[in-house]
Design a protein around this ligand. Sequence first.
Ligand code: ADP
Ligand code: MG
Length: 392
Amino acid sequence: MTSAQTDARELLRGLTGGSAAGEWSAPGRVNLIGEHTDYNDGFVLPFAIDHRTHVALGIRGDAVIRVASTFAADAVEVRVADLPTLFPSKGRVPEWAAYPLGVAWALAATPGASIAELSGVDIAIASDVPIGAGLSSSAAIESATATALNDVWQLGLDRVALARIGRTAENEAVGAPTGIMDQMASMLGRQDAAIFLDCRSLDASVIELGFDAAGLEVLVIDTKVAHSHATGGYRERRASCELGAQIMGVPALRDLTVDDLPRAAELMDDVTFRRVRHVVTENQRVLDTVRTLRTDGAGAIGELLLASHASMRDDFEISVPELDTAVEAAMSAGAVGARMTGGGFGGAAIALVARERIDTTKDAVAAAFAASGFTAPTMFTVTPSEGARREA
Ligand code: ADP
Ligand code: MG
């Protein structure tokens, strides 16, 4: 049993004095490639990781929902009857609690749910997904809570529906305008595989990664530079993408290909054009990565990862010096490929590295950070893992 699972169980015991009616968990994710393509109706290729958020849930005799987390000082309580009007509203619950309560709120609004019949619950949460590192602790907490409540409230929603619930919670209860990739990866993840997701149709297919067979590992380099999706840069990038699509007369940037770029360059200002060019070329890189994985294997995707990073650094302008340093140092230590991952403005980079070179790569990155006077990064390898599940 993992320690986060034990922690959730003990947190619940401290809260209620009793044991859990059930335990659930959901993973964080790493996006292999396809950044800022999700809200442009495009393609992404994330995989669920072996870091999970655990929920231990107790059934209550009254119609109250209480959420607690090892991450937060105090438990938060709301009445089931108050769920329908709980969101959107600023500040009625602490921000962290808007994630699990936002999920409860969104689930309570589904056609199969009747407020009068939803049982009160105590939800205790513990996680070993690093928070705010770009590994989507947010999707992990949403997916774990959604999976737990879907079961105990007997709502019968499928995994894709639960992913949508998580996004609704994040967009409307938390107020972070993120796409659906993270929740889909956390809900649908498989061992040794990535999820190739069409963010328009939500068609998802499982793509074997074969990292193990190729002798490769994914090293996560958490720069510790704090990022926040709820603020400035992310909204601005989304607005630029919407403007670009509007200028080109298409519903979303997904509807453009690299052949449309010369015309885009003529029609829009330089900044908007470069935002558009990132999204259009990134969509193509996701398709190329899927094809390359199938034909030549994981050892052959390095160039695509690097091109993705360059596009985010130069065209989308969401990298920071720490992320660039991580990528450059990993590459000079012999990584197959590397790129920043997640929404940007901080967070983590990933490097695809031969197993026997993991230690030298870590050393090289640590040395490069020290030489630049950056805070030492946290580094660890991640394994493509299973999505949300009931544990017990
Ligand atoms: P990321 O998803 O990259 O980790 P986000 O800013 O999207 O970063 O989400 C992090 C936020 O999600 C935290 O600040 C907190 O509000 C909430 N959160 C994530 N995990 C937990 C947890 N285990 N307990 C309480 N809140 C959590
Ligand atoms: Mg997040």
